[in-house]
Each structure stands twice: as C-alpha cells, then as structure tokens.
Design a binder for this molecule. Structure first.
Ligand SMILES: CC(C)(COP(=O)(O)OP(=O)(O)OC[C@H]1O[C@@H](n2cnc3c(N)ncnc32)[C@H](O)[C@@H]1OP(=O)(O)O)[C@@H](O)C(=O)NCCC(=O)NCCS
Length: 196
C-alpha cells in the first residue's frame, strides 16, 4: 500500500490521486491553460493530447504505487471541477521531498495552489517519517509561485542558477524550504484532513 493517502481534503479542495478516470478533464484544463503552463513549466514544452497524457498518468500511477512520487488532481469540492495538479516527489537524499503545482488559468488566485501545497506538506510530515525538509523551487520571476511558498511560511534559503528550459524562465531560481519542527510547531496535526 502506498505511503500517502489516495485522497486528501481540507473541506474546500480535494486532492485525488491521479488516475485515468480524470484524463479528459485534465487534458481540457491543460489546453485551457496552455500559454501559462508552456511559459513556466519544462513538462509542457510539447503539445499535450489525450494519448500523450495517458503516458503521463501512467507514470503518475506507477510513481504513486512505488512511493517515488505522489501526484494528485486538485478538485474543487464545491463544483467537483478539476482545477490543477499538485505533486510531491523525492529528491536525491531520503530526508528531502519537493512540491510542484499548476492551476487551471480560469481558477487562479482562489487559493487552490496554497491549499493543495498545505495538504501535501502535512502529508509529507505525517506519512513520511524520514522526511525533515520540504522544498519548493520556482523561477525568480514567477511571482505567483513565490507567493504560494511565502503564504505557507516557507523560508527562501537560496537563489540558484538553473538551465533555461521554458520560455518564461530567467535562468535563476529560488529555493524555499520548510523543516519538520517549524511546520509542526505552527501547524498542529489535523488527522481528519487525511482521508483514504
Ligand atoms: C503558480 C500557480 C500554481 C498559483 O496558483 P493559484 O491557485 O493561483 O495560487 P494561490 O491562489 O494559492 O496563490 C497565488 C498568490 O499569488 C498571487 N499572485 C498571482 N499572480 C501574481 C503576480 N503576477 N504577481 C504577484 N502575485 C501574484 C495571488 O494574489 C495569490 O496571493 P494572495 O493570496 O496573497 O493574494 C498558478 O499561477 C499556475 O498554475 N501557474 C503556472 C504554472 C506554474 O507556474 N507552476 C509553478 C511552477 S514553480
């Protein structure tokens, strides 16, 4: 059984483990958001179709089953719309994981990325006992993503040189970190947000 739950919820957003049942809605959200996704993200540099996204979901399913990375569709619990993707993934050492996210363009600035990230940080520290640091990286010019890290209380620890792999990238990235002690002291465990 996977280390992280299939579903997470804070009552406003649900994170639902990525699977083929949501293929059509996910591709629809990607097509609507293409210019923003293509601008910022390495993984959206080639056209996405239902056929090509089947392979992405296939990787997500395998990653989740093998506890390598945990990818969720972000769903609005009010209208059941699929509004994005949030991923938690392992880094080279056992004590660090990282978070990634994107949100459908017509649904940005409503708190989805921050809420989804909060659920992932809670889950990382609750379900992965070896993890002590959760990190978020983004281009220095990606102000919306910077704001997500900031709102969650992450600390910007360095500015790093990065290869430019998408049109919006500047070649400089920020590394933001949250450690277990800081998170648990300011975010008391709420086991009810974790639902299988
Ligand atoms: C980054 C992204 C995931 C944010 O999603 P979201 O659901 O809108 O995020 P939230 O609503 O939780 O928070 C966004 C914050 O950024 C702020 N923001 C958005 N655009 C901004 C901008 N251009 N400049 C400054 N702040 C901005 C919002 O006002 C909000 O802050 P607030 O709550 O204090 O008002 C979304 O814009 C996106 O998918 N971008 C394309 C993909 C991407 O860049 N992914 C991240 C890669 S590291």
């Amino acid at each position: 059984m996977a280390l992280l739950p299939q579903r997470l919820s804070d009552g406003f957003v649900e994170l639902r483990r990525c699977g083929f049942v949501d293929l059509e809605s996910a591709v629809d959200a990607i097509h609507e958001s293409w210019s923003e996704l293509h601008h910022w993200l390495v993984s959206f540099q080639e056209e996405v179709t239902q056929d090509s996204y089947v392979r992405v979901i296939d990787d997500y399913v395998r990653g989740f089953d093998e506890d390598q990375d945990w990818s969720y569709f972000v769903v609005d619990q009010d209208d059941a719309a699929l509004v994005g993707v949030a991923n938690l993934y392992r880094l080279s050492g056992p004590e660090r994981v990282a978070i990634g996210y994107w949100v459908r363009t017509s649904r940005t600035r409503r708190g989805y990325a921050s809420r989804a990230s909060r659920l992932l940080v809670d889950s990382a520290f609750s379900c992965l006992p070896m993890v002590n640091i959760v990190e978020i990286q983004m281009d220095v010019t990606n102000l919306a993503s910077v704001r997500v890290a900031e709102k969650l209380g992450f600390r910007c620890v360095s500015e790093i040189k990065r290869e430019i792999m998408a049109p919006g990238q500047s070649g400089r990235g920020f590394l933001w970190e949250m450690d277990r002690a800081t998170w648990t002291s300011s975010n008391p465990a709420v086991p009810s947000i974790l639902a299988d």
